[in-house]
Design a protein around this ligand. Structure first.
Ligand SMILES: Cc1cc2nc3c(=O)[nH]c(=O)nc-3n(C[C@H](O)[C@H](O)[C@H](O)COP(=O)(O)OP(=O)(O)OC[C@H]3O[C@@H](n4cnc5c(N)ncnc54)[C@H](O)[C@@H]3O)c2cc1C
Length: 196
């Protein structure tokens, strides 16, 4: 398995096709993270919500971080990290254009208002809030997993490994490959703990 930095074009493409992200904000040195839906348009991610902890915190400190990922298996994944700034879009003349963009984006999803506006059981419904995150920077990393890559690089395939090495390797993997690797003396045990 190789891990590669994604190109900026790949990052934007992945952000465009992922509507669910984890939004992290912070106040008084305390991080807070929530999953929610966002929609990309230009340099902004648009979201729909109601008043609660994340909005209170982002009003105090607009600097945020978002993360989303596409995971197929442990070895096949891609993830994005976005740094940005929170901007609320209340109903005022300056926000007419931005709110129109938000409306157009939200309409693409069935029942788009539901996760944001359905109140917590036993609580009152809150008025909706439209916001956007200005994207200051984004990075992406993904794995390249090609079965057989290690063999092409000259490592012996599993079937050609000595049986004792395969047994040690399996035992290490079954406990996460950690405790034995740490406690087993000698170079062999440390070598065996390396992923195949
Ligand atoms: C797939 C998905 C999509 C979502 N889309 C949206 C969306 O578009 N808009 C939207 O507003 N919300 C969405 N939500 C819900 C969102 O994750 C938050 O629960 C919600 O926005 C309330 O956040 P808040 O900061 O206002 O919490 P508050 O209502 O102020 O709650 C305060 C406390 O409740 C707990 N809490 C809040 N949310 C969660 C949670 N999700 N899981 C566990 N504990 C929690 C935390 O301890 C938090 O500090 C989505 C959730 C999921 C899983």
């Amino acid at each position: 398995m190789l891990i590669q930095a994604m190109t900026i074009e790949e990052c934007w493409a992945m952000l465009a096709r992922n509507n669910i992200a984890r939004l992290a904000c912070a106040r008084d040195n305390q991080p807070y993270i929530v999953p929610l839906r966002v929609d990309l348009d230009g340099q902004f991610l648009y979201g729909y919500t109601t008043l609660g902890r994340k909005i209170e915190w982002m009003r105090t400190n607009p600097l945020v971080c978002l993360e989303c990922e596409e995971v197929s298996t442990d070895r096949v994944w891609a993830s994005l990290i976005v740094f940005g700034r929170y901007e609320e879009l209340p109903h005022i003349p300056e926000n007419v254009d931005a709110r129109r963009v938000a409306d157009r984006l939200f309409q693409r999803h069935i029942m788009w208002w539901e996760p944001a506006t359905v109140p917590l059981d036993g609580h009152e419904r809150q008025p909706p809030i439209v916001f956007r995150i200005h994207i200051d920077s984004l990075t992406g990393r993904r794995t390249i997993y090609e079965p057989g890559l290690r063999e092409r690089e000259g490592h012996p395939p599993e079937s050609q490994r000595p049986h004792w090495l395969t047994r040690v390797w399996r035992r290490l993997r079954s406990d996460g490959g950690y405790s034995s690797a740490v406690s087993a003396p000698g170079r062999m045990a440390r070598r065996a703990s390396r992923p195949a």
